[in-house]
Design a protein around this ligand. Structure first.
Ligand code: SF4
Length: 306
């Protein structure tokens, strides 16, 4: 009986893994297509930190390259920042087993950050700045035409909210951008993928994960709080995170307040009715625009009454 149960459980697990694999490949393919992230002849440098997200990114891109109608090269790059206890052999061993070209860049940014940031202060911003500069240089040296990062849907949404809450800006995390030095195109092929799915995929594929806490730095508390809030919302209202992501691709400048994006000053009535036009006084909640519930009686005006 136990053997039968085990076999059924194994079949179910294989079915679920196959379903998840299809979903991940579909979403990554869609993001790559929507933003023209990878083109024929590209050499894509995949930044591999050793966390679940970058592992999944490399894994999915390797599989996609096998089936893609275009030809592109992949090279995995890990920056060994010389953090105490960093298991330096884990990634090279894994990458060799995959047969993917790779480069390990050894740079002791850990000591630099430690000596420049006072004890108890967050080290992340200097650490990221140093890392970014090094990765740009490595991309140039390797002749990479694109730099792929493992940020996912939840990162994009959390960044949007953080910029609103703490930076007073309506600004997210783009799926594709030109780097600040103007030299590189950075892509985020996991832009449509939920973090939960990456966790499940990492578990299924048994990636050799390297914990990101080796530097001993406290994680950014504000980001953690927003992340927890988004997760809680998603639990209460499934689909909300996807809605927020979709909202980022349906921006209506005429209904925001940025005078650089919409000519509010020169706006004039043009006298031409537009059935799709603005309804000005009504609630714009999409649900409120549906027919009113049957229980609401139409208001009848009576003579002499307001
Ligand atoms: S958590 Fe540590 S390794 Fe990661 S960015 Fe911050 S300081 Fe750097």
């Amino acid at each position: 009986m136990n053997a039968l149960n085990d076999a059924a459980a194994a079949r179910k697990a294989a079915f679920e893994a196959n379903k998840l694999s299809k979903k991940l490949h579909r979403l990554v393919g869609q993001a790559i297509g929507d933003f023209n992230m990878i083109e024929d002849g590209d050499k894509v440098m995949v930044c591999l930190s050793g966390g679940k997200d970058s592992h999944a990114l490399l894994d999915i891109l390797l599989e996609m390259r096998r089936r893609a109608p275009i030809r592109f090269d992949l090279v995995a790059v890990n920056l060994d920042q010389k953090q105490p206890g960093f298991p330096a052999e884990v990634l090279p061993t894994y990458l060799r087993s995959l047969g993917v070209p790779f480069h390990i860049e050894n740079q002791d940014t850990y000591s630099i950050v430690k000596s420049h940031v006072p004890e108890g202060k967050t080290m992340c911003s200097l650490c990221s700045r140093l890392r970014r500069g090094i990765l740009y240089r490595v991309a140039r040296e390797l002749g990479a035409t694109k730099i792929a990062l493992g940020h996912h849907r939840d990162d994009m949404v959390v960044t949007l909210l953080m910029n609103m809450f703490f930076g007073s800006r309506l600004k997210g995390m783009p799926p594709k951008l030109v780097s600040d030095d103007g030299q590189h195109v950075v892509i985020r092929p996991l832009a449509y993928v939920a973090e939960r799915d990456l966790e499940r995929w990492a578990e299924h594929r048994q990636f050799p994960i390297i914990p990101c806490s080796l530097c001993g730095n406290q994680p950014n508390l504000q980001r953690q709080q927003i992340k927890a809030m988004v997760r809680e919302w998603e639990k209460q209202y499934p689909g909300r995170t996807d809605n927020m992501l979709t909202a980022m691709s349906k921006v209506v400048p005429s209904h925001l307040m940025d005078r650089r994006l919409y000519p509010f000053e020169t706006l004039r009535a043009h006298g031409v009715p537009d059935p799709e036009g603005d309804i000005a006084f009504d609630d714009e909640d999409p649900h409120a625009l549906l027919a009113p519930p049957a229980s609401i009686e139409p208001v009848r005006l009576q003579k002499g009454k307001p």
